[in-house]
Design a protein around this ligand. Structure first.
Ligand code: GLN
Length: 196
């Protein structure tokens, strides 16, 4: 199994280090040629979702990426990655692409200037101990469709969601020492990779 890490922009290196520390083969994805069939899961990192959207278009990755995701490629989107994977984006650029894999509406930069960045301990469904989460100019999930499982909330607002093989976090699990969410993602992605 090779885990692709969308490396057009943003915090991809920290995800790569984390996955490498868990013994997983990784590949930075920048062009359609990088997204071969050997890539059986994908991480979409934090960064700037409007820039990533533009670069997806310019690199020619948008169409092959949409196709692989539609075929069921397991994906883990953090912060800007969550925005890219959402069905609807509020306060985005008008030409910004929403890949639509998770039936949520996200509002970009929703936590206001005073608390643009904050940290908090989350209760996460399926984890015994709280997860220390770092939020940086995070999106807020303002609507959730019926097929979406909410795995963690902050003040009633969903911050970790799953729909099928796609997990999205409004925070940055790659920036703390806690590797449990990456492990959970790999556990979910591995059986899919083994299917012929
Ligand atoms: N505010 C960024 C965006 O809109 C996301 C921030 C992040 O990924 N840390 O894309």
């Amino acid at each position: 199994m090779i885990v692709g890490i969308l490396a057009l922009q943003g915090a991809f290196a920290a995800h790569r280090r984390r996955l490498a520390s868990l013994g997983v083969a990784t590949r930075e994805i920048r062009t359609p040629a990088d997204l071969t069939d050997e890539v059986s899961a994908l991480v979409l990192p934090g960064g700037e979702s409007t820039t990533m959207s533009m670069m997806l278009e310019r690199s020619g990755l948008l169409t092959p990426l949409r196709r692989r995701l539609a075929e069921g490629l397991p994906a883990f989107g953090t912060c800007a990655g969550m925005i890219l994977l959402a069905r609807r984006i509020v306060d985005g650029r008008p030409d910004q692409h929403a890949l639509g894999l998770v039936d949520i509406t996200v509002r970009r930069n929703a936590y206001g200037t005073q608390i643009q960045s904050f940290e908090t301990d989350l209760e996460v469904a399926g984890l015994d101990e709280p997860f220390h989460a770092v939020f940086i100019r995070a999106p807020a999930v303002v609507e959730v469709g019926p097929g979406v499982e909410v795995l963690a909330r902050v003040a009633d607002q969903p911050v970790l969601c799953r729909q099928g093989p796609v997990v999205v976090a409004a925070f940055h699990p790659e920036l703390t020492d806690d590797d449990r969410l990456h492990r959970c993602f790999l556990e979910m992605a591995r059986p899919a990779a083994a299917t012929p």
